[in-house]
Design a binder for this molecule. Structure first.
Ligand SMILES: [Zn+2]
Length: 473
């Protein structure tokens, strides 16, 4: 699991090799499954030149400037000062909040006011890590979808702008939070700067939250708002600790993508179906993770996503979980190897060990690669049709063929549909077969042996998230 081949380049030679290996792979697979060879092997999507050009605009220098500015606020602890005097002095969480807002405003000015810059502000009552009632403010920018029939669909990227040192109640001591989570905040900002120059049918939200270190308070409030207001939030990308800490054992060629297996919000009925059909690895969040892997291969973001089939790091948590709890698909990006001397620590040197989350340990090129992977995912999904609805696998009669039905992708962007499948033991989708602009497909493959999904594709090759069918008897 520790060593992965570097990203492949999209050369003609590669394509030729890919086609040859696709054929070999398909026959090897079909031999294993005892079914005739059908479909194409699935590896990459079609490159959209506009998205590729936008990714080239992502700048390690701009990201560095953002993280340096965030560190300059001294501490961004959620319960640190945020009164006008503190904001004016440039110290504390309030000053950070105002700066983030001014950055979004600046990007919006550059695109003729294309971003709606907003805050989600609320009072958190005292909790274990919040000694007195405290105002918490999430800052976000909305790039509204250009197509009224698709603008309701939302893709979201987030990072937390609050920080902490060794003591979660130290409101004055430095808590630079360069990596945790200046890096993730910078990813949201840089995605906003670059993607706001493009237009997408669906809506993208660039979010920065506070309160993460006090108990996921900001993301929890935001996710509940999205749920209460009935948002069609289709994917949440949480970036937390994506600075590529320069410790000796760091692997700068990969980034981890964590995704829940059994959804936090699964109902009893969902759980029965998951147990009965082997659906433990097919949550919406996991489909987002697989989509990220495919997009990473398509656009060669400079860093390879490594899918970790687990909600988060062992016994630890983050803001994506707030969204999972409300039933949304959400994943977490984190550097490959964290250095715990550089997280949640007062800045100091002890026995020759440097502690503290300072700028010197952040690799800005790495953060830029992670930002490219995020931007490519957001752009691909925002350009794509809505996923097909009501996807069913017909199970009335016992037969070795498999028939899937679905409702057309809402919003009118789809020109064809693709059935994906993989062996039950495979981590990623392996094969795809296109079926034109139809709502039913029969494959010479047994539903007993593989897991299916259906996705919608538009004329330019943009692919929706895949939807795993439910049985229809
Ligand atoms: Zn964090």
């Amino acid at each position: 699991m520790l060593h992965f081949p570097r990203l492949t380049s999209r050369s003609a030679v590669f394509v030729a090799v890919a086609i040859i290996s696709a054929v070999t792979f398909a026959s090897a697979q079909s031999a294993k499954l005892g079914s005739p060879a059908v479909g194409q092997s699935l590896d990459q999507q079609i490159v959209d030149p506009q998205i590729a050009a936008a990714l080239r605009q992502i700048s390690a220098q701009r990201i560095q400037a953002s993280i340096e500015m965030l560190v300059s606020f001294g501490t961004r602890l959620t319960i640190s000062a945020q009164d006008p005097a503190a904001v004016a002095s440039g110290k504390g969480v309030g000053a950070a909040r105002e700066w983030i807002k001014s950055e979004f405003d600046r990007y919006s000015k550059d695109c003729g006011g294309c971003l709606e810059v907003k805050t989600d502000s609320f009072t958190e009552e005292p909790t274990e890590r919040i000694p007195k009632a405290t105002q918490i403010t999430n800052v976000y920018a909305v790039l509204r979808g250009s197509d009224p029939a698709n603008a309701k669909r939302i893709l979201l990227v987030t990072g937390h702008y609050d920080s902490r040192n060794s003591d979660t109640s130290d409101v004055n001591g430095d808590a630079p939070g360069a990596n945790d989570d200046g890096s993730g905040t910078a990813v949201s900002l840089e995605c906003a700067r670059v993607l706001s120059k493009l237009k997408f049918p669906a809506t993208i939200i660039f979010l920065t939250v506070a309160g993460e270190e006090q108990g996921l308070n900001g993301s929890s409030h935001f996710a509940k708002m999205a749920k209460t207001e009935g948002w069609d939030l289709q994917a949440v990308l949480n970036n937390d600790i994506v600075g590529g800490d320069k410790s000796a054992e760091q692997d700068h060629s990969v980034v981890r993508v964590f995704s829940e297996g059994v959804p936090a919000a699964a109902t009893e009925q969902d759980l029965r179906r998951i147990r009965g059909l082997g659906g433990e690895s097919d949550s919406g969040s996991r489909q987002v993770a697989r989509y990220i892997a495919e997009v990473g291969r398509t656009y060669g973001a400079g860093v390879k996503p490594v899918l970790v089939f687990r909600l988060d790091r062992y016994l630890r948590g983050g803001d994506h979980y707030s969204f999972n709890q409300q039933g949304f698909s959400a994943v977490r990006f984190t550097e490959f190897r964290e250095d715990f001397h550089h997280q949640h620590q007062n800045v100091r040197t002890e026995n020759g060990i440097e502690y503290g989350d300072t700028l010197k340990f952040v690799d800005y090129d790495y953060v830029a690669h992670v930002a490219r992977l995020n931007a490519a995912t957001l752009a691909s999904l925002a350009a794509a049709p809505a996923p097909p609805a009501n996807v069913h696998l017909l199970a009335k009669d016992l037969e070795n063929d498999s028939t899937l039905t679905w409702d057309a992708s809402p919003g009118g962007l789809a020109t064809e549909y693709e059935v994906l499948w993989r062996e039950t033991s495979s981590p990623e989708w392996e094969h795809a077969q296109k079926f034109g602009n139809v709502t039913r497909a029969t494959l010479k493959l047994s539903k007993d042996n593989v897991i299916f999904a259906v996705r919608a594709v538009d004329g330019a090759g943009h692919c929706s998230l895949p939807v795993v069918p439910v049985p229809e008897r």
